[in-house]
Design a protein around this ligand. Structure first.
Ligand SMILES: [Cu+2]
Length: 183
């Protein structure tokens, strides 16, 4: 391995490591039920808990509980509603389960111990597509008669493509540059 290869390898590793750190740092961690955890004690309102959070792709959902008394089962919407535990999508039972959310939409979880789901130990983690790009949640489409901005001739509502792409493009560009340097 000559010097040029070494430089290329080091650069490549640096990019990989930095990229990973950025991606890890970008995901929030949500402990279900906050300090109460995953339990039937105290009638925790998990629907209310979820409603106070904004879930994004890459976020980590943590279930903390006594594994002697509870578990975590991911189920379909129908099984979530009916507390049916016979066809789980996934089951977790360590007592400290971290689940990274990788897909949009609803993720339904319940405790499969008899009676617990019926008692309210169930939660719906919903990852919505367009979350924080327009930070103002005011639903006022006919707000002010402001003049249309000349810099934005097209629709101002289509702002989703620029959420994740710049970092990826930079990474890709650097990779191409590094490999170009090696070859
Ligand atoms: Cu339980």
């Amino acid at each position: 391995m000559d010097h040029k290869d070494m430089v290329g390898a080091v650069l490549f590793m640096t990019i990989v490591v930095c990229g990973s750190v950025v991606e890890i740092a970008s995901g929030a961690v949500h402990t279900v039920g906050d300090s109460a955890g995953w339990t039937t004690i105290g009638n925790v309102d998990y629907k209310n808990w979820a409603a106070t959070k904004t879930f994004k792709l890459g976020d980590t959902i943590v279930f903390t509980y006594n594994k002697q008394f509870h578990n975590v089962m991911q189920v379909t919407h129908a099984d979530y509603r009916s507390c049916n535990i016979s066809a789980p999508i996934a089951t977790h039972s360590t007592g400290n389960d971290s689940i990274i959310i990788k897909t949009y939409g609803h993720h339904f979880y319940l405790c499969a111990v008899p009676g617990h789901c019926q008692a309210g130990q169930k939660v719906d983690i919903n990852v919505q597509r367009l979350v924080s790009s327009t930070s103002a949640p005011t639903p006022s489409p006919i707000a002010l008669p402001s003049s249309p901005s000349p810099s934005a001739p097209t629709s101002s509502t289509s702002n989703k493509p620029n959420s994740a792409t710049p970092l990826s493009l930079i990474k890709l560009g650097l990779l191409v540059a590094v490999f170009g340097g090696i070859v």
